[in-house]
Unconditional design. Sequence first.
Length: 329
Amino acid sequence: MITHTMQKVLCAAALIALPFSATAADKVRFQTDWLPSGEHAMFYGGWQKGIYAAEGIDVTITRGYGSGDTVTKLAGGAADFGIADLGAVLTARARANVPVKAIAINYQFSPHSLFVLKSSGITSFKQMQGKKISTTPGNSHQLYFPKVAELAGADPSKITWVNMDGGAMAAQLIAKNIDAAPFYSIHHYYQNKAAMAAKEEIVVLPFVETGFAIYAATVIATDKMIAEKPDVTKRFLLATRKAYEWAHANPEEACKAHVEKIPEVALDDCIGSVKATTKFVFADYNKTAGYGKETAERLNFTWQVVAESQNLDKSWNPAQAVDTSLLSK
């Protein structure tokens, strides 16, 4: 039997608990690797839907300016978690021991590609000799291209890379100020829409067609975050996994939520990107390795490609830059 005194105690406890639970969420700064296109609808949409909040994560998401920039920002303390290509993470760790690791493998296969205009007549990587390709600092496409060129029988020294803001690359390609732009193939739908409005058409040259199959986008965190806040890291990873699963099953709902956060993104563009993106996340390969997990074989192959492209020590152990131990089973 609950006495009057006990009721008062319980009510007081409840009143104390309410503001605590409302403020108990851990504030997390999350930086993506690129413009907030439909490729990131699971993050922004998940933020809007409350998927992160449900795991006690008060997330704030900002756009990135290339994988290299995101790795640098995390290392400098400007963000807690990020999205970056594994090649950029491996390179930073091997070259300068930057204290950042991949904590989940998002893309089990690489969607790296070059976008060219159909009117250019370019249909192969070999034809890029003597041409200009746009890039951003630390761009993983540029890191990998020497290997792709080798596989395609092209001379990478005969190709010029032009640095510019990531948001300007598609426009510069359509304006024919450059000959090719590095994009993930999942960006084709909406970039081609812009090209068609200018009476042009974008053709995709996927890196994988040369036999280039490696890990790509990953969730990253600093050594300090992993060591000092493992619970926050676990919950952030769990929320991110749930956000991917939700977007995969409900692309239109995810994109409607994404557009509420990023209204400049067209709904149809977003849906096209989500459907393309989740194919790389929920691939058959993933069923064997497990969500977000790596295998030693593919990780080592990825490192051999990165090391060769960057003239780094191939004998260096890439496992030093990866820690997926906090992923939920």
